[in-house]
Design a protein around this ligand. Structure first.
Ligand code: 5GP
Ligand code: MG
Length: 179
């Protein structure tokens, strides 16, 4: 497997996810929380985070993909809401792996309001500096990272690396850009 330079260790991620869980738990006391996770990248974060939130909550899934296959540049956004049931009247927390340009979460925030959510907040594990095109301040953010293509802890390159317990930067020589 090509080299991955570790940016965030398993222990760092574990500790930060625990802290985010505590913040979310105290903010959503008594509210009808639905965590809407953006597949596939937020899968591992979702599993770890929900176990740190000791509140009644629902989990919903939707799929948004902007990276197709062996490329690191974004294509058109495709959203599949088949597994995101009714969010009307619910306090929605959108959960994604990483905030890059902001197009994905920006679009989904609008979509959740359209579907009648009582409130919509956003949570991301990672936020890249200097990449944002859509104005959006995530309500919960794990780590701010430099502008590099990262993999692991749910994030893939060409559908591999999601299972790594850490977040790392893929060796540039392994990444091919197809426009
Ligand atoms: P945005 O719409 O904010 O530009 O992009 C968000 C989505 O792009 C994320 O959900 C993620 O799937 C993908 N993405 C952005 N940056 C990276 C990265 O460095 N590595 C990987 N694997 N995916 C990324
Ligand atoms: Mg994604």
């Amino acid at each position: 497997m090509p080299a991955v330079n570790i940016l965030l260790t398993e222990a760092q991620i574990e500790e930060r996810v625990r802290q985010l869980g505590r913040e979310i738990e105290s903010d959503y006391q008594g509210k009808p929380l639905t965590i809407v996770a953006v597949l596939t990248g937020s899968l591992i974060l979702l599993a770890d985070l929900v176990r740190q939130i000791h509140l009644p909550l629902r989990v919903a899934l939707l799929q948004a993909s902007s990276y197709k296959g062996a490329t690191t540049s974004a294509g058109a956004l495709i959203i599949n809401e088949a597994f995101a049931p009714d969010v009307a009247g619910r306090d929605v927390l959108l959960l994604d792996d990483i905030l890059d340009t902001g197009h994905t979460l920006g679009t989904l925030v609008h979509r959740m309001h359209e579907r009648g959510a009582a409130s919509v907040r956003t949570a991301v594990l990672l936020r890249k500096v200097g990449r944002q095109e859509v104005h959006l301040e995530p309500d919960y953010c794990g780590f701010v990272i430099p502008d590099a293509f990262v993999v692991g802890y749910g994030l893939d390159y060409n559908d591999d690396y999601r299972h790594l317990p850490h977040v790392g930067v893929l060796d540039e020589s392994q990444v091919r850009d197809h426009p």
